[in-house]
Design a binder for this molecule. Structure first.
Ligand code: AKG
Length: 250
């Protein structure tokens, strides 16, 4: 793919962005008290599993699948994406206090194994604990969804980071515009265009920063997806599952 002009992108006009021109909206997802209870579960899970990054947490934990049935979330999804919406992936990140824990700039709708139609998909980020610039909240690059999908690459591993592995990022950093920090209180969320470039900085505070990222798809949104990516979890529409994971481990 050439930076800025993948062939698939030419099929999408900018006006098809489900969240409107800004590329993102804020909405309330959970009551603060529910978020506080879930934060406790998240920290228990990270301690038990020995990791700060939990992929597809909704397939593993009942408390995580239940978050996906929040009435506020479902009505936001129906407004943005129509009656049939499924979760393609969830990704929970807990940043410990005073940790090197930055996430490099990337777009959620494309990586080396995935391509989502931006007109039929969206991403959301839920603050499970208060998120501030100091503790590593989500930052968005304002208007960057207008670039379309950009070439994807793997960043070098930072040996000082609490995260293992080589995170995905955009190859051409010249596309980075002005980063806007999105402070959220626990229970608040962002819904954003899957092309919107975003990142987060390290946690420099004495508190945990806990957030859940989800990718959401309407019918026909998935243009490429790895066979090993796990089942998609329908949350609204006729095939929606009850919010209980049969393979829950907690
Ligand atoms: O939780 C974060 O700080 C960033 C996570 C993120 O951007 C993602 O999972 O796509």
């Amino acid at each position: 793919m050439k930076a800025g002009q993948p062939s698939q992108e030419r099929r999408f006009s900018f006006s098809e962005c489900p969240v409107g021109d800004a590329g993102f909206i804020r909405f309330p997802w959970l009551p603060p008290a529910t978020a506080a209870t879930i934060a406790t579960e998240c920290l228990r899970a990270t301690a038990q599993l020995g990791t700060y990054v939990l992929p597809n947490v909704h397939l593993k934990f009942r408390w995580a699948s239940q978050m996906l049935s929040s009435p506020s979330l479902l009505s936001t999804l129906n407004t943005l994406l129509g009656p049939d919406v499924a979760v393609e992936n969830t990704f929970l990140i807990a940043k410990p206090p005073h940790s090197v824990s930055a996430v490099p700039p990337h777009q959620d709708g494309t990586n080396d194994t995935l391509l989502l139609d931006p007109a039929k998909s969206g991403a959301s980020w839920l603050a499970i604990a208060d998120a501030t610039l100091c503790n590593g909240c989500r930052r968005i690059y304002t208007g960057s969804h207008r670039f379309g999908y950009l070439a994807f690459c793997r960043a070098a591993r930072d040996p000082t980071s609490v995260f293992n592995g080589t995170p995905g990022t955009i190859a051409d950093q010249a596309h980075l515009t002005v980063a806007k920090a999105c402070d959220l209180t626990a229970g608040q969320a962002l819904a954003f265009d899957v092309r919107l470039i975003h990142d987060s900085l390290s946690n420099e505070s004495p508190d945990w920063r806990i957030g859940l990222n989800i990718r959401l798809v309407a019918p026909g949104a998935v243009l490429k997806r790895d066979a090993s990516a796990g089942p998609m979890w329908a949350v609204t529409g006729s095939s929606a599952r009850v919010p209980y994971a049969p393979d829950a481990t907690l």
